[in-house]
Ligand binder design. Structure first.
Ligand code: SF4
Ligand code: SF4
Length: 79
């Protein structure tokens, strides 16, 4: 089960530095996770200071869709 970021994200970038596969992309107002890259390790979930990251089964459908859509069009956060 991949992880997703919700709109509580404050773009602190902590998650970007801990993800082993560079799955984070930078959207205009928040980070998002590419579901095709995330390996569901779960490391980022506990690192987020505002609890903006969860497993996709604990997020609403709009958040899951937003992550997938924005990850395709927004730059990788490690670039
Ligand atoms: S750690 Fe949380 S608040 Fe910080 S950029 Fe990542 S998702 Fe956003
Ligand atoms: S669950 Fe693991 S692979 Fe997926 S975004 Fe978080 S740190 Fe990266």
């Amino acid at each position: 089960m991949v992880s997703v970021v919700n709109d509580s994200c404050i773009k602190c970038r902590t998650c970007v530095s801990v993800c082993p596969v560079d799955a984070f992309h930078e959207a205009e107002a928040q980070m998002v996770i590419d579901p095709d890259t995330c390996i569901a390790c779960g490391v980022c979930i506990s690192e987020c200071p505002v609890s903006a990251i969860s497993s996709e089964d604990e997020a609403d459908a709009a958040t899951v869709a937003f992550n997938a859509e924005q990850a395709k069009v927004c730059p990788n956060a490690n670039d």
